[in-house]
Design a protein around this ligand. Sequence first.
Ligand code: ADP
Ligand code: MG
Length: 679
Amino acid sequence: MPSKPAAKRRTVGSLLERLGLVSPIDFVLHFPLRYEDETKIEPIDSVRAGHASQLEGEVVWAEVTYRPRRYLLARLRDDSGEIQLRWLHFYPSQVQQMQPGKRWRVRGEVRAGYNGLEMVHPKISSVSGPLPSALTPVYPSTEGLPQKAIRQRIEQALQSVDLSDTLPESVRDALGLMSFEQAVKVLHEPKPGEDLSQLEDRSHPAWVRVKFDELLAQQLSLAQARAQRRLLVASALPSPPAGDSLATRLMRQLPFELTGAQKRVVDEIHADLAKPHPMHRLLQGDVGSGKTVVAALAAMRAIDHGKQAAVMAPTEILAEQHFLKLQPWAASLGLSCVWLAAGLSASAKRAAVAAIESGQAHLVVGTQALIQSSVSFYDLGLAIVDEQHRFGVSQRLALGDKSRHGLPHQLTMSATPIPRSLAMTFFADLDVSVIDERPPGRLPVKTKLVSASRRQEVIAGLRTSIQQGGQVYWVCPLVQESEALQLQTATETHEMLSAALPEVSVGLVHGRLSGPEKTAVMQKFKEGQISVLVATTVIEVGVDVANASQMVIEHAERFGLAQLHQLRGRVGRGVRESICLLLYEGPLSADAKYRLRAMYETDDGFEIARRDLQLRGPGEFLGARQSGLSLLRFADFEADAHWVEQAKLLAAQLRSKDSAIALNHVERWMQGRDAYLNG
Ligand code: ADP
Ligand code: MG
């Protein structure tokens, strides 16, 4: 059978479906983008440029001109005056319509033309039709789908759908909300007296009701997801009854005291682990806040119960940083810590896999290699995933499948602080612990913005600090178009610096090096054999060399704000005063200026995140968790933060006292769209 031509398949139904409009309630909840006021006819002499108007009058003149190009021009007159109409594209039938003597109703935006005010491509209709009594909504649509088709279906849906309120009157009164039915009707069919500007900027009480309903539905389903998680079973890992726990022994050995914040989050995690349900906790802490030791203390609790713990990181460098820190800690307690990554030789890999399977490996650290099907754990009690936003949902879940006895507890760690408003809206089903304090004695990193034309001065300055024993990261720009080009700039920079600083050892690390090669370079840098490390963004996350106190970032204007902050976090880890030089090349875009200024003004990760959010929207923070459908359609979690809070309170209240109401409300709003919660 020959396939149908594509054009034929695009029926109105399929176009509506593309907009997500299938069942009647979808249409009810498809709200206008803006409105047109077609309820009145204005006198021609009252119109103003830049405003949309509807006029009625008689054509008094019309002509097709050919210079400077082909136009249809006409003049329309009413009792008050005249206006020009102009078409750049037109059919012979339109020329007919504009015959002098005919009367038309015309609608469009007025603008200032050569011959006074004019309308270009106005909408034309007959003067005999009745004027609509409501503002005309303009709906989000897609190519080939006329507004009329959407409007019709919505009118039908408004007749057939039960619009009764999901919220009792007492709740609406307490919150000052209008009824659902009224809100929906105002939005779809606003009366001429409604405040058009409030409707358009979405501050109208009808919008408030809709946004609140959406937020409430979201909070309810997040709470639901959390409750479902409590039905899952995991091994309870309470504090060991007698004697010293591994965690206590590890703490005693550390060369430092935990900060108050670290102690608090360790307690939160240990309390979760003691429960017979899988922990699902996000540990947030700015770069350098000391997440690794918290992870280690969590792992010790699992190992104390004869179980294994695993730490998975998205890159080999990052995973290795963890291993280098965790392995000596484990060894000092007589525990075995095993390394697993793609770069291992076949025999080393076999040995690692065998140790994981037999349970001989207490702690396992590695990359995605951990979730390969060839790896099976003896008894995984705790899965720790670092920089979780870099993994896909399925990868994170795969580690959770590796347990034999129930589900493992899960701790995810992130150095990208999520602004509170965002966390409340999208991560409400996760428990969140925040390390909001840095280890003591850290000096703030001094950040300077330097024009790239002063590169020679910068290099001269480095020489002095290197002579005093300092070490430097020199980060090369991201070249979006090409990894090869990025590699080339890094190589050239390496050559340039080697020539400019002949007495200094300059190293190079980039994404094309093999795992062991990268490690060898990093190790030399760590041991001080290399003084200047030229790097691409492979060092972005997690690298920890305390003696490195200077960072130069080339073409800082090309980096994202979060990325700059992560990079800067590589310095300021020791006792030496640290400096971060952001080399930029003008002219700078407004966004680039905003980013560089933010870096100069603050080194508070949450403040950086807040500004980044303003610049880029929430997508970046949500990472793989985001599935498109999860984003709010009407409410804005920042601007409507007050309502997020109210929705959260009401959600908790309804779930405990009025679960039928909660169910009803979620049903109206979610329509099976809550699948994203399971990430
Ligand atoms: P991040 O949160 O960026 O992963 P790390 O866990 O790598 O931070 O810790 C950064 C550095 O601070 C490490 O060298 C670590 O040993 C050290 N550190 C962690 N906690 C403390 C503390 N309470 N006091 C002093 N140093 C600490
Ligand atoms: Mg880290």
